[in-house]
Design a protein around this ligand. Structure first.
Ligand code: 5AD
Ligand code: SF4
Length: 430
């Protein structure tokens, strides 16, 4: 999400003559795009600000801006807390950045944290900052209406709004034309994508299908799906198109129905399991990943065991795992007590991580001996003699390069794996 936002910001500023630099000491404007989702994300930003203070001391005319979710959450407080910051711009205020920079240049602090009901930056062609030129994110919606009690996103990114489908298709076509071979459609909850125009409704399954039809050589991914909304219709579209990747990120957060209720996730353990069974039936070869939170308010050992048993039952291929971090202003912060001691949150998180390591290893071992179509993203980290790419299931595969190049599809026979990577060889030259 933040990468996609930064690309929009670069596009807006480029039109006004600004140029992107890789060298921070050359910059006359430094914008830090921020995330507020967990406290440690914000802590990293404070540290980053401290780290760039010397640049401001050296070159007082350098302008420092804090943009994105943390700007939205803390608003003017950022200006007061750190004398360093000149601009504060929330996630819906990026179009205003040229004006804010000019204001800061004339010596005034510049703030815009207005949230919008409409802004999707649909007409802005993001300037791609990825270096590989093979895969890219495309934002299809902004904001979230879900109100999970632990989550700050609805407060800092505002209400949900979908982007006009024509502009999405145009952007993806353009990416394909310039050599990209994979797009990931992103939104806080892609399943609730909805666009109405003169009575014609486009929902996520139809949008996904339209994108998949742009070209069979374009892989399509999407994230994030919400378990309460993921429909059989969507699963059938995924199954129908070879170029829609067989990987669904479906955050469970907890395996305990009682905790899910307190989190306001609007589904039960059984509902989640039913959705997993539907995925397994409709898309037999689909990888499934999750987000898990340990130590949410009132979580007991029994609730924690329910999370572990759910993870085991699903056999997730991958997971992002977090310790609950209370966020000011959320419903949980206002109404529930953050009563699980930190050492217990950590111990539970460690158990979750240990289990996931085992599940991820098993998922990779199951791939050994099989042939996968891999989209090559570049050289492997360790050696230019090896290429690296991903399977449709989103697993990284490394293999000797032969005569292949990045951006090409290749069939690879997996012959072994490490904890993070599948290793194989090109199985034919088709
Ligand atoms: N504490 C811990 N994890 C959180 N997440 C969101 N809010 C919090 C919080 N307050 C996690 C959820 C979500 C992911 C993006 O971040 O698991 O799916
Ligand atoms: Fe946050 Fe829940 Fe929305 Fe995800 S669905 S962004 S966790 S409120």
């Amino acid at each position: 999400m933040n990468v996609a936002d930064s690309e929009v910001v670069v596009s807006i500023l480029s039109k006004q003559g600004f140029k992107l630099t890789d060298e921070i000491s050359d910059a006359s404007v430094i914008l830090i795009n921020t995330c507020s989702i967990r406290e440690n994300a914000e802590q990293r930003i404070w540290n980053r600000l401290k780290a760039i203070r010397h640049l401001k001391n050296k070159k007082n005319e350098v302008i420092v801006g804090l943009i994105g979710c943390m700007a939205e959450r803390l608003k003017e407080k950022v200006l007061e807390a750190e004398q360093l910051v000149d601009i504060v711009a929330g996630p819906d205020a990026y179009r205003d950045l040229p004006v804010l920079v000019a204001e800061a240049e004339s010596g005034h602090k510049a703030v815009n944290v207005l949230l919008s009901r409409e802004e999707t930056y649909a007409d802005i062609s993001p300037v791609r900052m990825d270096k590989n030129g093979v895969s890219s994110f495309v934002s299809i919606m902004r904001g979230c209406n879900n109100m999970c009690t632990y989550c700050v996103v609805p407060y800092v990114r505002g209400a949900e709004r979908s982007r006009e489908p024509g502009s999405i298709i145009k952007e993806v076509r353009q990416l394909f034309k310039s050599g990209y071979r994979e797009v990931t459609l992103i939104g806080q909850n892609v399943d609730s994508y909805k666009w109405e125009d003169k009575g014609a409704v486009t929902e996520f399954p139809q949008l996904l299908e339209k994108v998949a039809r742009i070209d069979p050589l374009l892989r399509v991914r999407f994230s994030t799906s919400h378990p309460k909304d993921i429909s059989d219709d969507l699963l059938r579209i995924i199954a129908r198109y070879d170029n829609i990747c067989k990987h669904i990120h479906l955050p469970a957060q907890s395996g305990s129905t009682r905790i899910l209720k307190l989190m306001n996730r609007e589904y039960s353990r059984e509902w989640y399991m039913d959705r997993i069974s539907a995925i397994r039936t409709i898309i037999p070869d689909c990888a499934i990943s999750t987000d898990m939170i340990s130590g949410f308010c009132t979580e007991t050992e029994e609730d924690h065991q329910a999370s572990l048993s759910l993870m085991e039952w699903v056999g997730f291929d991958f997971a992002y795992m977090f310790k609950y971090s209370e966020r000011p202003g959320t419903k949980a912060a206002r109404k529930l007590k953050d009563d699980v001691p930190d050492n217990i949150k950590t111990a539970r998180l460690n158990e979750i991580i240990a289990l996931q390591n085992r599940l991820s290893a098993k998922s990779k071992r199951n791939d050994v001996g099989r042939i996968f179509e891999v989209l090559i993203e570049g050289f492997s980290k360790r050696s230019d003699e090896y290429l690296s790419g991903r399977t449709s299931q989103n697993k990284i595969v490394v293999f000797p390069k032969g005569n292949k190049r990045k951006g090409e599809f290749v069939r690879v026979l997996v012959d072994r794996c490490t904890s993070a990577t599948l290793i194989g060889k090109i199985s034919d030259n088709k």
